[in-house]
Design a protein around this ligand. Sequence first.
Ligand code: RBF
Length: 341
Amino acid sequence: MKSIFKTFLTVASALFMLFSLGACSKKVSEGTSIAVFIPGIMADSPIYANLAKGVQEAVEEYNNSLSQDKRPAQVFVMEAGTNQAEWSTKLTSLAATGTYDVIISSNPSLPEIAEPLTKTFPSQKFLFLDASMEGNSNIACISYNQKEQSYLTGYIAGLFSKSHKVGLIAAQEYPVMNNILYPYYARGAADAVSGTTCEFRIVGNWYDAAKGAELADALYSIGVDVILPICGGASQGVISSATEHKINLNWFDENGFAKAPGVIISSCMAKQALAAKEATAQFLTGGTKWGSTKVVGFSEGYVEFITDDELYQKTVHDSIKEKMNSLIASLRDGSFSLPEL
Ligand code: RBF
């Protein structure tokens, strides 16, 4: 009887040791795990490609700075695809794995999708760029003020247009598009050359290049000669149409000059890779301000109108470059600020 009891004690203590070792080694050995949730696809959507790039760069730098006894942080990138009806289910599945310390994404529609998940999975953190939400302690956001980005783009479109008709081809309508991107683009064009009008067309998705071309053809047929496409993969069709009709394009979200030399007259972008890198680095070092939204824009250095590209220098006449330079300078020194629209 005594020996049975002794055996039981030995097994129990062994199990206890094994368990505590296991639990302990789990803590020491597991590095931070990050999921990047792409609400769409990365191809032709620089805002998403730069999100993944920025997160990966931050993780690489963080891992390089770790001492040898620490496990590296890991990143898993998931493309949720262009069917927006599936995003909620896919984000839920990702949170349900319980594997990721944070899910990082970028899109104005995500906080609303993630909000109910923070109740179901209370330890899941979400970091969203190009989005805003206050007061949920599991969610932190970075929002771009894109007024100057749109206005500068519209301004050069207005200066460039000979017909004084410009156009914006959007993938879909959403609050940032309707309240900021389109109105400030149109206002910039009209402020550049009084009487310039702006047409607005909608593709209906972020991938249909044939529809993009069809809409650009139609805008050309009514005299539009400068177009801003904000429509992901559909912008490929806008490029083909503009090249064929010898009209011009603005570009958004990345330096796009090389995509159609001589056709693209401007590239103005929010610095998504930089913002994603900084936000990820802050998360990895425990500095994220949960429950809040940080707004960054032109005055904080997160919006860049590219002037040093050779193709900008070549394509845009000096008189227009000078006007753009003085507009940029006046926005920077505060002598001109944009109206509320
Ligand atoms: N921008 C993209 O470049 N690609 C996309 O697939 C994409 N999908 C979006 C889906 C929704 C529901 C919303 C609200 C925005 C989407 N955006 C997309 C737009 C993006 O948030 C941003 O406004 C533009 O990239 C302009 O900076």
